[in-house]
Design a protein around this ligand. Sequence first.
Ligand SMILES: NC(=O)c1ccc[n+]([C@@H]2O[C@H](COP(=O)([O-])OP(=O)(O)OC[C@H]3O[C@@H](n4cnc5c(N)ncnc54)[C@H](OP(=O)(O)O)[C@@H]3O)[C@@H](O)[C@H]2O)c1
Length: 327
Amino acid sequence: MAKRIEFSVTGGPDVLNYVDFTPREPAEHEVLVANKAIGINYIDTYVRSGLYPPPSLPSGLGTEAAGVVEKVGAGVTHIHVGDRVVYAQSALGAYSEYHCVPADNVAKLPNAISFEQAAASFLKGLTVYYLLHMTYKVRPGETIVFHAAAGGVGRIACQWAKALGIKLIATVGSAEKAEQAKRDGAWAVINYRTENIAERVVALTNGEKVNVVYDSVGKSTWLASLDCLKPHGLMISFGNSSGAVTGVDLGILNQKGGLFVTRPSLGNYITTKQLLQHAANELFSMIASGAISVNVPSEQQFPLKDAVRAHKTLESRATSGSCLLIP
Ligand SMILES: NC(=O)c1ccc[n+]([C@@H]2O[C@H](COP(=O)([O-])OP(=O)(O)OC[C@H]3O[C@@H](n4cnc5c(N)ncnc54)[C@H](OP(=O)(O)O)[C@@H]3O)[C@@H](O)[C@H]2O)c1
């Protein structure tokens, strides 16, 4: 018997239950991982709440963890029992002591990266990689806007942008988070609870505005984000932390200057084992060199059985950087 988090109805954090289960054998091309640290991602709250309904109920939750390979299925040749690995794109069920994952979706961990660092950074770091390098190729010296920049994805984005010589204008929800974003290398910071985002971006760029906005906040920042863009600028809407953007009248893109909009996800970009390996290597070398710090404070590391408390804390906007579940 092992333990995992399961839910039988969608809803608030309290639907999550800590239950006994028997891990299944890995199927062909799968590995069974004994999780040592599990990544909590905001998308997990969308699945739990029903915004992104799970394929079936009862369901497991989570897609990211780091751990040790316990068993390998038939046909797996590049991963072995005992390997230290991390994954971010599993089927739902990573909030668990054990999880079966397609072997092509796991990356071997360099010795320099701990399980906690890996689980804190893999999904979020791969996301920052594709956002800065693939969705829009940001050039050194270019100014960009990145919302919720003291969150899990946001802290990695600030540090990665700094390492690439990008001038990142961070938005955050408190004075403490503003300080965090500055420490992480943001070029400028806007507290969007007290300041007007577009007015500040216009002022910071001497009226020029920016070519690209990275917006994971969604509903509450959508219009302000469009107002930060130069003509023909690109709005990258990649999350719904404040609620989903719905009912958009496309005419607004014309009114605001012939803008472009995209709604990407990790699964659209990191589509092969080769791409995963390349992006993982870039991320691991950023962490190993010290350019990106992903250490998680103890108050944001929750025992697996406390997933309810972890989700409540994440949704309260009290956290900065990544949160973990520890089996
Ligand atoms: N499309 C993709 O490929 C992809 C991949 C990974 C993550 N994401 C998205 O990126 C975002 C960040 O993910 P994360 O896991 O790193 O979470 P996170 O940023 O650590 O947490 C979400 C943050 O959003 C901000 N926020 C603004 N309005 C909010 C509201 N009404 N309620 C709650 N939070 C609000 C809060 O920061 P402030 O207090 O500073 O406002 C909060 O800390 C999420 O929207 C997630 O869905 C997308």
